[in-house]
Write a protein that binds this ligand. Structure first.
Ligand code: B16
Ligand code: MG
Length: 229
């Protein structure tokens, strides 16, 4: 594992890492799955994390064996419908949706002169950051509409390092989704997975929730990782 002293930047996922918005995404997809007659499950909800809007719809249709039942125009209609529901759920969201420990962690990164960027698959991320009052931390964002491939492809996290003018090995990527951890790893960055260790087993470092996300904990985990190399 890379040494902690060589880390210069942090590349953040948004939904499920910075904010509690993955529950809103899930709720909006669940509503749509019911409408389409596709059985909802916890596995499906987990598999949708970090996946782009259109790819999420495709995955839902495939799960229900309905992948050939709709035209492109109909799929676009349903994707837009999910987004309208999601935006409705976001109304009224404020800084109380920031996940535990995140505000302090961002402050400590700024105080210690780390560079920060955002690698969210969500086209709504600028709006969400504004609503949370955190946009001042993320002047550098990867625009997901400019990407050729979604997570687990390395493209989004590789770009997250590029926008900071850093090499991938100088960056730590933070994710709550399995596909996100895979994207960080294949981009050549150190991965921190937030959530279920069994699902995020490929992460270099795992924390159960965001309250464990501190520079001290990351430093310790990297030292343990290096000792085990
Ligand atoms: P939107 P992240 C991802 O954001 C979400 O995890 C995923 O559920 C959502 O479908 C995707 O963004 C696209 O979001 O429809 O708002 O463009 O986890 O990469 O921050
Ligand atoms: Mg996420």
């Amino acid at each position: 594992m890379v040494e902690f002293k060589d880390i210069k930047g942090f590349v953040f996922d948004l939904d499920g890492v910075i904010a509690d918005t993955s529950v809103y995404h899930s709720k909006a997809w669940h509503q749509l799955a019911d409408e389409l007659g596709v059985q909802w499950s916890e596995d499906l909800a987990n598999n949708l994390k970090g996946v782009s809007r259109m790819d999420s719809l495709e995955l839902i249709l495939k799960t229900g064996g309905k992948e050939n039942d709709y035209t492109q125009a109909e799929k676009e209609h349903y994707a837009t419908k999910k987004n309208t529901n999601y935006l409705e759920l976001l109304k009224g969201m404020d800084s109380s949706a920031i996940l535990p420990g995140i505000s302090d962690f961002l402050k400590s990164l700024e105080e210690n002169n780390y560079k920060l960027s955002l690698a969210s698959a969500s086209k709504n991320s600028p709006l969400v950051l504004k609503q949370l009052g955190l946009d001042q931390y993320f002047s550098e964002k990867v625009d997901p509409s400019t990407l050729k491939h979604g997570k687990p492809d390395p493209e989004i996290f590789a770009r997250g390092a590029e926008v900071l003018n850093l090499k991938p090995e100088e960056c730590i990527g933070i994710e709550d989704a399995k596909v996100g951890v895979e994207s960080i790893n294949s981009a050549g960055e150190t991965s921190v997975g937030i959530g279920d260790k069994n699902i995020l087993s490929e992460a270099d470092i795992n924390f159960e929730d965001t309250s464990e996300l501190t520079l001290e904990n990351i430093k310790n985990a990297m030292e343990v990782g290096a000792a085990n190399d």
